[in-house]
Design a protein around this ligand. Structure first.
Ligand SMILES: Cc1cc2nc3c(=O)[nH]c(=O)nc-3n(C[C@H](O)[C@H](O)[C@H](O)COP(=O)(O)OP(=O)(O)OC[C@H]3O[C@@H](n4cnc5c(N)ncnc54)[C@H](O)[C@@H]3O)c2cc1C
Length: 490
């Protein structure tokens, strides 16, 4: 796929005569966006070939699109939970104006499929992510409390429930591992308990783990409903529109970064319809698309970096108004931790890396606010496809049946009318940590991506970290482990 570049000055009516002439132009990300969002950038490539729009035309005049220009302090690319919470933090924690850009709409990405666990039970105290996870949980709790203080019910607004978490083992080896985990969590100051299979009978009567089994239990772990939470944050952010501090540009993919010829700083984000100037910062929070987006944005520039975020597909099965069993907590099998940490196996062929299409299923189960049974989840490296795979859904159902004998007596076919399948692409980083921080060589461009299966739980801490970086505030959490420099690439 050929790309289009901006060469020559781009007038900006809002910057009073600052001539904007990128001498080292950035190529527009036509390839990634056409592949992912079903449109093609309409324009002439440098070699002169013309591409046609499939669904959403982008108007061009010669090499430059005819677009409107808008000026903000900060432009955030990506309106998943990470982008939305970053916007929220800027709006509440500063007086800066913010534009939020999305190629689609907020729940289009992984966020719309998230199960909603805001958990510490499967995280390891002292690990590089621990501080961020603990801080983030605290910030979510503070949000829930503030909603309560305003006379609203966080359960209704966010689907917020302190259900506690159960990390479940069925073998002596897993039980030993869980006992050690409970010790670690207790030493870190958390209320944590190991529940034997006998104890579990009263906590979760529907669950069967065998007499060697048991669970690590954190009564203070919480869950939320991702879609309700997104709706709440979006609405709260929109309250700032009237004072001119916030604007949304949805269904408008970012296609290009525009850089000043004199300072070399990135000054604006080109979308399919608008040029959005970000005077102070540009934040890229495009989930699993961040790696390919960055790659396209800096292609042919003098900047040499790779953001190795990859899509990791996940299915979630939602059975509506489920009455055949009740759950009191959020549940997850111990094997989930290994599946989450498992790396993308790759080998190298003459035409480049070949990724093995591994798939894994680990049981997660919870009841949501509406009485739906939510069962997860799968992990697959199959590129950017979000197609529903019945074979994966059947495996999720069968796996759940190994823990809940009642389900084995039911057939999934009987739920065809009361079943929803959610598919999302988790933003996977090979070393298991998100990337949060400035892009080397582009000091005013920040990345916040790669949260894999933890983006909901880590969102509030990530947002605080990004905003503190941009504003130069003291950090609440050490951000060094999340810097892009020195991270593995594959
Ligand atoms: C089945 C499943 C269950 C999960 N359960 C949990 C859980 O229980 N707890 C938890 O913490 N996490 C969970 N997760 C993980 C969590 O959902 C993700 O980590 C999180 O949603 C990532 O958020 P994000 O904002 O980075 O990405 P996304 O939500 O994917 O958002 C990225 C956005 O960027 C936009 N975008 C892409 N390219 C462009 C472009 N060129 N221009 C403009 N916009 C662009 C996309 O349209 C999208 O809206 C789960 C994920 C899955 C799939």
């Amino acid at each position: 796929m050929a790309a289009t570049s901006f060469i020559g000055p781009i007038p900006n009516p809002k910057t009073n005569g600052v001539v904007f002439s990128p001498r080292k132009p950035f190529l527009c990300s036509s390839a990634v966006n056409s592949r992912l969002f079903g449109y093609k950038f309409l324009g002439k490539s440098l070699s002169g070939s013309t591409q046609r729009s499939r669904s959403e035309p982008v108007h061009v005049s010669g090499l430059n699109p005819i677009t409107a220009s808008h000026s903000f302090d900060v432009v955030v690319i990506g309106a998943g939970i990470i982008g939305l919470t970053i916007v929220r933090q800027f709006l509440l924690g500063s007086d800066l104006s913010v534009a939020l850009v999305d190629a689609a709409v907020p729940c289009f990405g992984a966020t719309g499929a998230g199960q909603g666990y805001i958990w510490l039970v499967h995280k390891t105290p002292g690990s590089e992510k621990w501080e961020l996870a603990a801080r983030s949980l605290k910030l979510w709790e503070m949000l829930a409390e503030s909603i309560q203080l305003e006379g609203m019910n966080p359960l209704e607004i966010l689907g917020w429930k302190k259900t506690g978490s159960l990390l479940i083992g069925r073998t002596p080896k897993e039980s030993d591992m869980l006992k050690r985990r409970v010790e670690q969590l207790s030493e870190a100051g958390l209320r944590a308990e190991f529940l034997s299979s006998y104890d579990l009978l009263s906590e979760e009567p529907a669950l069967m783990v065998g007499k060697e089994g048991g669970a690590a239990f954190l009564p203070d772990d919480c869950q939320l409903d991702a879609r309700r939470t997104v709706a709440f944050i979006e609405k709260a952010n929109r309250n700032f529109s009237s004072e001119g501090r916030y604007a949304e540009f949805y269904n408008e993919p970012a296609t290009c970064l525009l850089r000043s010829g004199s300072s070399g700083e990135v000054q604006a984000v080109q979308t399919s319809k608008n040029t959005l100037y970000g005077k102070k910062a540009i934040v890229i929070a495009a989930g699993c698309w961040t790696g390919s987006l960055m790659h396209d944005l800096i292609r042919d520039s003098d900047i040499d970096l790779a953001v190795p975020v990859k899509p990791r597909k996940g299915h979630l099965l939602v059975l509506e108004n489920f009455n055949s069993l009740k759950l009191n907590h959020g549940l997850m099998e111990a094997g989930y931790v290994d599946h989450q940490d498992a790396s993308l196996h790759s080998s190298v062929s003459t035409s480049g890396p070949v990724h093995t299409q591994t798939s894994s299923i680990s049981m997660t189960a919870t009841m949501d606010l509406s009485g739906n049974l939510v069962l997860g989840s799968s992990r697959q490296f199959v590129g950017f496809s979000t197609e529903i795979e019945d074979s994966i859904i059947n495996r999720i159902w069968d796996r759940a049946g190994e823990f809940f004998p009642t389900l084995r007596e039911l057939s999934l076919r009987d739920f065809s009318k009361d079943k929803e399948v959610r598919v999302g692409l988790r933003p996977y980083m090979p070393d298991g940590k998100p990337v949060i921080g400035p892009v080397p060589g582009l000091s005013n461009v920040f990345l916040a991506a790669g949260h894999e299966g933890e983006g909901l739980s880590l969102a509030m801490g990530t947002a605080e970290m990004v905003v503190d970086m941009v504003l130069g505030n003291p950090r609440k959490v050490d951000c060094a482990p999340f810097a892009l420099q020195g991270r593995c690439c594959q």
